[in-house]
Ligand binder design. Structure first.
Ligand SMILES: Nc1ncnc2c1ncn2[C@@H]1O[C@H](COP(=O)(O)OP(=O)(O)OP(=O)(O)O)[C@@H](O)[C@H]1O
Length: 805
């Protein structure tokens, strides 16, 4: 325990000192917990024992930090809170600083974990860059430069389901007015911008440099510029770099290599990597005047670092795992990217021809090719930054891996070639970090492969469910058609019986009826046979799918071997990294690490070539094929059933038409239903038809008082209460009806209204239509026959007959 913590009481009133959170240059941060309230605070205190030797500058820095912190209010800057009155006793000559406690440690601790030796995962990188950028942007907007941006000064807080990164330690922060350029220098050397280091003038862009360094480190696990050298040494080299260089490292032969790209051993997608490289070029610009800026249209340098990274992080980058090539790919899409475009990119990178690709979403749903590729995009919100948009691509009809070649980093291959070769500590450490990266990558790839298998299973299960549903729909549709056939046959038999009794129809006509129905009946029987075969095939596929579900590949636990190899590799790396500085000169060989990598390669091969697993994968594909093959015949039987149903309906309509025609002809001696009328009355069902008196006998025309009335008699056979309908031909010109001569020049149309209240409006409409014919016929033929048709629902329809030529 440090001196200061030991000096401090363990308890003050209701507060208990839990532990030291960290110590810096002259301060110490301790964690205090309230005994009864659920409250934890971080208390930063100047080293009391050293108060005496604090310079005025230090005191000024300390007071400034407290003052600045209390003024700030941003989610990514740690919050200063009032010192609880009980703890005020801890105050020395300088003020105490009380802050919200960020429970997940600082970024240095995160980066020190062996699993992060080649950087953090993409979601964490995104979240960190976004949070730190917001904090820096906020400080700059408050005219404050942090000047000491480094992993130790970024703390992690758990908020809801995400980690929030927050800046602490504004001890070196300086407020700059518009043109202020400060010549004082303080700060931590490794992350320090060159101009600060060289005690030159500086401005906000010192924070860009540090942000670039931190970002590079969270992506790759190492600082960009000669990370194993002291700043004085590396800066002399790095000042020679071109504007595009974003890292420099010492090769084993001692030469210094500059690179415009990030190291390949990182966990971000290739798409994001390309964009971030462009951003880092701006941040890691040596010349402070140009750093973070680009020339705008007016040839002025404009700060773009914040907007640029915001734009980069908002890009829709999707990750694709390709089963055949056993690799992770990434693509940037936008709202208008067509699925076919995505497929051509995949073809370019995997060599799977577009038409042989099968793209599935994590849910097992296939891509809808009619929609855009962004259908797979999971919007990134603050709380789902860990959700990557994943797409799985398969070679149609196969789940086999076609490319088994592992991608071993060069440093690791070299180590494997000569495991007993001893190299400098820094190179060994890097090679071991790459070995850990390789083990992680293999673990991730195998995990993605198992995920692709699960996604395929989900797809097969859901296709099978859809097939079952559709088969059931087809079966029940066919049953309906069968029932319709039964009904129509019954009606046919009834009609035949009736027709025979009345002697209405010729044998020929009746034969044609039963022939039509028999033919449809035969087709239905055939369809039944086909559908029942499909149903049993579907049952078989169903059974197989259930089998797959009941017995999924159970040896998935095998990936635990990969997991334990990874853990072993990380442990070895950790012990190498922690080797005391004085022992770093005695070089050790790489045999142990090489063994782990070799075992991983061996196990990987065993897993991927495992016969049982591959047989199981083949079964999954076979079932998928079986299901897919049933869709075509099933869809065509749907079409055939629809067609047969139409035909069946037609047989009924045809017979009705025959009945109508025959009865009309029979009862009206050569009169037939007018063609137009037949059309408009095509819905007539065979109903009770009563032949009426000819119009001539009982129709009277009354045109007294300029009112024309046509009195139409009803037949006693069709109405329970026979009565006369009074029809008023209101629009008929009196002359037309009053003068017999006028019939020779009939109006085109005569509109009449039915005055009988019992008639509903639909009957009236029918009547109006009918009367037009009647009137024309009346005028052409003087008198016409008409028919009254009583529907089953007792509504009245009228059919007037015109004389056949
Ligand atoms: N609010 C906090 N919540 C959790 N941990 C914290 C908090 N503040 C500081 N720490 C821990 O304490 C460490 C030291 O804090 P800080 O950097 O503020 O001290 P310092 O004395 O100013 O250091 P420096 O030498 O960088 O100036 C941090 O690296 C972090 O691990």
């Amino acid at each position: 325990m440090s001196k200061m913590a030991a000096d401090e009481p363990l308890e003050v009133a209701n507060w208990v000192r839990e532990r030291v959170l960290g110590s810096g240059g002259f301060g110490q941060v301790t964690l205090w917990r309230h005994k009864t309230k659920d409250e934890m605070i971080a208390l930063k205190k100047c080293r009391t024992g050293t108060d005496a030797i604090l310079t005025e500058k230090h005191k000024e820095r300390w007071s400034k930090e407290v003052e600045i912190m209390q003024r700030l209010n941003h989610p990514n800057v740690v919050k200063a809170i009032a010192v609880p009155p009980d703890l005020a006793v801890l105050r020395s000559k300088l003020p105490l600083m009380c802050m919200e406690f960020c429970s997940k440690g600082d970024l240095r601790q995160v980066l020190n974990r062996s699993e992060n030796c080649c950087g953090l995962c993409e979601a964490e990188v995104r979240s960190l860059i976004s949070d730190v950028k917001s904090a820096v942007q906020y400080l700059h907007s408050m005219k404050i430069t942090h000047r000491d941006l480094k992993p130790e000064n970024i703390v992690l807080q758990q908020e809801e389901d995400r980690i929030v990164y927050k800046l602490i330690d504004l001890g070196y922060a300086k407020e700059l007015d518009q043109s202020s350029i400060c010549t004082s220098f303080v700060g931590t050397l490794q992350y320090l911008a060159p101009e600060l280091f060289m005690s030159k003038t500086y401005n906000y862009s010192v924070d860009y440099w540090s942000l670039g360094l931190v970002s590079h480190e969270v992506i790759t696990g190492v600082r960009p510029f000669l990370p194993n050298m002291a700043p004085v040494s590396w800066m002399t080299h790095v000042r020679e770099k071109s504007s595009d260089d974003i890292c420099a490292y010492k090769a084993e032969d001692g030469t210094i290599v500059f690179s415009k790209e990030l190291f390949l051993q990182n966990h971000i997608s290739s798409c994001l990597k390309c964009y971030v490289e462009k951003w880092l070029k701006l941040l890691l610009e040596w010349d402070a005047a140009k750093r973070g800026r680009i020339l705008n249209r007016n040839k002025e340098l404009q700060i773009v670092v914040f907007d640029l990274i915001e734009d980069i992080l908002s890009k829709k980058i999707i990750n694709v795992f390709s089963v055949p090539s056993y690799q992770n790919l990434s693509y940037e899409i936008d709202d208008s990217t067509a699925v076919s475009t995505l497929q051509t990119w995949i073809e370019r990178d995997t060599r799977i021809p577009v038409q042989e690709q099968e793209l599935l979403l994590s849910s097992g749903q296939p891509f809808d090719i009619s929609k855009e590729a962004c259908q797979c995009w999971v919007p990134q919100t603050l709380n789902n930054q860990n959700v990557n948009t994943m797409v799985y691509v398969y070679h149609r009809g196969s789940l086999a891996i076609q490319n088994f070649a592992p991608s071993v980093p060069q440093t690791v291959s070299k180590m494997m070639e000569e495991p007993r070769n001893k190299v400098e500590f820094v190179h060994q450490k890097r090679a071991w970090a790459h070995a850990v990266f390789f083990l992680q990558q293999e673990m991730e790839l195998y995990h993605a492969f198992l995920q692709a298998y699960r996604v395929k299973m989900l797809h097969v299960i859901s296709s099978n469910a859809k097939l079952n549903e559709q088969t059931q729909a087809v079966v029940s549709h066919l049953q309906q058609v069968e029932a319709q056939l039964q009904l129509i046959l019954e009606s046919l038999h009834f009609d035949e019986d009736q027709a025979k009794k009345i002697g209405f129809f010729s044998e020929e006509v009746m034969h044609s009826w039963s022939k039509m129905n028999a033919s449809v009946g035969r087709r239905i029987a055939k369809l039944k046979e086909i559908v029942s075969q499909l149903e049993s095939k579907c049952d078989v596929a169903n059974g197989k799918t259930m089998d797959l579900q009941r017995n999924p590949y159970t040896k998935m636990a095998d990936h635990e071997v990969l997991m334990s190899l990874l853990e072993e590799g990380q442990k070895r790396y950790d012990s190498l990294r922690r080797r005391p500085k004085e022992n770093r000169y005695e070089q050790t060989d790489n045999v142990e690490m090489v063994k782990i990598v070799y075992n991983c390669l061996k196990h990987r091969d065993k897993l991927l070539r495992d016969k049982t697993f591959n047989a199981h994968l083949q079964q999954v594909i076979d079932v998928q094929m079986e299901i897919e093959q049933l869709w075509n015949p099933l869809n065509s039987s749907v079409q055939v059933i629809n067609k047969v149903q139409m035909e069946l309906k037609q047989t009924q309509l045809d017979r009705q038409h025959d009945i109508w025609l025959q009865m009309t002809q029979d009862s009206c001696n050569g009169f037939t239903v007018p063609r137009d009328l037949t059309k408009s009355h095509a819905v007539y069902r065979p109903v009770v038809i009563t032949t009426s008196q000819p119009l001539s006998t009982s129709m009277s025309i009354d045109n007294r008082e300029d009112k024309t009335e046509i009195l139409v008699p009803t037949s006693e056979h069709s109405f329970t209460e026979p009565k006369q309908f009074r029809l008023t031909a209101s629009s008929v010109q009196p002359a037309l009806v009053s003068n017999d001569q006028a019939y020779r020049d009939p109006p085109e149309q005569m509109s009449v209204s039915l005055s009988n209240s019992q008639c509903d409006s639909s009957a009236m409409i029918d009547y109006n239509v009918s009367l037009r014919y009647a009137t024309q016929d009346l005028m052409n033929e003087s008198f016409q026959h008409y028919r009254r048709v009583l529907n089953e629902d007792q509504s009245l329809d009228w059919a007037f007959l015109e004389k056949q030529d």
